[in-house]
Design a protein around this ligand. Structure first.
Ligand SMILES: *[C@@H]1O[C@H](CO)[C@@H](O)[C@H](O)[C@H]1NC(C)=O
Ligand SMILES: *[C@@H]1O[C@H](CO)[C@@H](O)[C@H](O)[C@H]1NC(C)=O
Ligand SMILES: *[C@@H]1O[C@H](CO)[C@@H](O)[C@H](O)[C@H]1NC(C)=O
Ligand SMILES: *[C@@H]1O[C@H](CO)[C@@H](O)[C@H](O)[C@H]1NC(C)=O
Ligand SMILES: *[C@@H]1O[C@H](CO)[C@@H](O)[C@H](O)[C@H]1NC(C)=O
Ligand SMILES: *[C@@H]1O[C@H](CO)[C@@H](O)[C@H](O)[C@H]1NC(C)=O
Ligand SMILES: *[C@@H]1O[C@H](CO)[C@@H](O)[C@H](O)[C@H]1NC(C)=O
Ligand SMILES: *[C@@H]1O[C@H](CO)[C@@H](O)[C@H](O)[C@H]1NC(C)=O
Length: 490
């Protein structure tokens, strides 16, 4: 869906996706049909506040429909109805508006369009009907003898895989913020981070190689695929009889009728869930240690096991969930108007996925640092004095892990002025408070003079006004300015 749209501004737009994912109070129409035939058309209903169901499966557990996003936009999604969990989202180039000209129709293709503008998304098929299977798969069929399926949503996963949904080497599972994705290699499942816009050197941060305990991967037998097995494991297969790897979940081989799903989360973890009939329980996570996540404390963050997030720059506090603003953790230092940086060093730090990073052996920390210093695409290095390994970071610095070993040294480039944000806010708050105080003081003094003047002139009746005028607004102003400061700092 709008994953593409978020690529460019992923950090800034996180809250928007958050809204998408925290929608509550779903409405699913009882009138929802179980098949769509050629000629079907639907438009968003202005009275619906969250979800408008258009097609249901035979059990009523799943529904395809319009989900309201940011109040004014819509996404075409498949929901697990009892939990409102989104299992699939049509990958539109951008989100259409929740208003009449937007419509979903089926003319052989399932199409979301706005006649005034364009087609937002299309299945590009020539089918006869649309069904939603009792496993949440949207299928477009031909009404021929075999009812052949010519298109299915399982072939275009979003961030979620459900039981028995084939994940092949041509597919990508993308987290809702567009930052992380899962892809298959020749013999492994890889998780990757897009830490730098437009670069094709995405960082792999988890590589699960097939153990090949039950069967071996044989060259020329085709690529491997992954599948969430009903027995409670994520399997890698070369073909149905060649199970080359098993990642068992907590509920492995437990009997029960609950459904399962795995999802690549906005924090980069891959998690497995099991439906108990009333809630989803966490059944598996690829990364169990928070500090091992690709960026658990955000850009320029420091993760220390068992402690709260802090910042690499110990003069900065990890308050509002980050250490530098998004503008200061973007791009590189190659353009002439944006090439200034200050150097930050920190001992006792390590990259969370250093086993998957390339390194060069260097004789000294100085050699390692200067290799980074002279290259404008380099954001920093981490050097191990004992091994001589120099790890080079070619994207905005993410979270490092604090380790006891002080001989592991980090050298990081920070944009000039980065981290000063808090000071600025503090300064602005201070000035604001001062101005407020001056105003209030002026008001009080002025009112006192006015009272004096009125008393001197012997005007009666001012006593009743006193309480309301003098103290009230002063108190009100005081508390209002404090609460707005608190909000502003968040
Ligand atoms: C949902 O599916 C389960 C089987 O997984 C079934 O037992 C249940 O009745 C279904 N729920 C509804 C509302 O049909
Ligand atoms: C269905 O509508 C789309 C968008 O208007 C159009 O591009 C496509 O050719 C149509 N398909 C068929 C089979 O008529
Ligand atoms: C789902 O559909 C299949 C046939 O497509 C059927 O065999 C199975 O029993 C159905 N499961 C449920 C829970 O309805
Ligand atoms: C959506 O489409 C874009 C290209 O148009 C692609 O880069 C992106 O990975 C897709 N998203 C998903 C979840 O497949
Ligand atoms: C998954 O894909 C593989 C290879 O394309 C195929 O052999 C297998 O039958 C598929 N399994 C399912 C459950 O669709
Ligand atoms: C911050 O780091 C610098 C350099 O590593 C160190 O000299 C200083 O003592 C640290 N300050 C605090 C408050 O930890
Ligand atoms: C800078 O680093 C990049 C990425 O490693 C490399 O491709 C480029 O050649 C380097 N440039 C210089 C001047 O060393
Ligand atoms: C790094 O190692 C060298 C010799 O191997 C030693 O002289 C130096 O003190 C070490 N530096 C640090 C920071 O531990």
């Amino acid at each position: 869906m709008s994953v593409t749209r978020f690529r460019g501004t992923q950090f800034l737009l996180l809250p928007i996706f958050f809204v998408l994912y925290t929608n509550t109070g779903f409405w699913v129409g009882a009138s929802s049909t179980q098949e769509l035939l050629r000629g079907f058309t639907a438009t968003p209903d202005s009275s619906v506040s969250s979800f408008q169901s258009l097609l249901s499966d035979s059990t009523g557990n799943y529904s395809l429909g319009f989900l309201r996003v940011n109040r004014t936009q819509l996404a075409l999604v498949v929901l697990h109805v009892p939990s409102s969990e989104q299992l699939w989202i049509a990958n539109t180039t951008r989100l259409p508006r929740w208003s009449k000209p937007t419509r979903l129709f089926f003319n052989g293709s399932l199409v979301i369009s706005d006649p005034h503008t364009r087609v937002f998304w299309s299945s590009n098929t020539d089918g006869d009907r649309v069904l939603l299977s009792n496993t949440s798969n949207i299928q477009i069929q031909k009404l021929d003898d075999s009812h052949s399926v010519i298109w299915q949503s399982f072939d275009f996963p979003t961030d979620t895989l459900v039981e028995n949904q084939n994940f092949t080497s041509t597919m990508t599972l993308v987290s809702s913020n567009g930052l992380y994705y899962m892809r298959l290699g020749s013999n492994f499942i890889g998780l990757y981070a897009k830490f730098k816009e437009g670069s094709n050197s995405d960082q792999i941060y988890l590589k699960h190689k097939a153990m090949e305990a039950k069967a071996h991967i044989i060259d020329g037998q085709g690529p491997i695929y992954a599948l969430l097995n009903s027995d409670g494991f994520l399997g890698m297969y070369q073909n149905e009889s060649a199970l080359v790897d098993v990642q068992a979940f907590s509920s492995f081989q437990q009997t029960g009728s609950g459904i399962r799903r795995v999802r690549i989360e906005p924090d980069g973890n891959l998690k497995g869930y099991y439906w108990t009939g009333s809630s989803w329980i966490l059944d598996y996570q690829a990364i169990s240690d928070t500090c091992e996540l690709p960026s658990s404390c955000g850009s320029f963050g420091l993760c220390q096991p068992g402690r709260d997030c802090s910042c690499l720059d110990n003069r900065t506090e990890h308050n509002s969930g980050r250490c530098v603003s998004p503008e200061d953790s973007y791009g590189d230092f190659c353009s002439s108007d944006d090439n200034k940086y200050v150097v930050l060093r920190r001992n006792g730090v390590e990259l969370p996925y250093k086993e998957l990073m390339r390194y060069e052996e260097m004789a000294s920390l100085e050699a390692c640092e200067s290799a980074c210093d002279i290259n404008c695409t380099c954001w920093g290095v981490v050097y191990s004095n004992t091994s001589g390994f120099c790890y080079r970071i070619d994207y905005p610095i993410q979270t490092l892990v604090g380790v006891g070993d002080e001989t592991k040294v980090g050298y990081f480039k920070m944009r000039e002025g980065a981290g000063k944000e808090k000071v600025d806010v503090g300064l602005r708050t201070g000035i604001g408070l001062l101005c407020g105080a001056v105003l209030v003081f002026g008001g009080v003094v002025g009112f006192g003079l006015y009272k004096l003047w009125r008393r001197k002139r012997g005007v009666s009746g001012y006593v009743e006004d006193d309480g309301g005028l003098g103290v009230g607004p002063y108190k009100g102003l005081g508390s209002a300015s404090f609460s707005s400061i608190e909000l502003g700092e968040r």
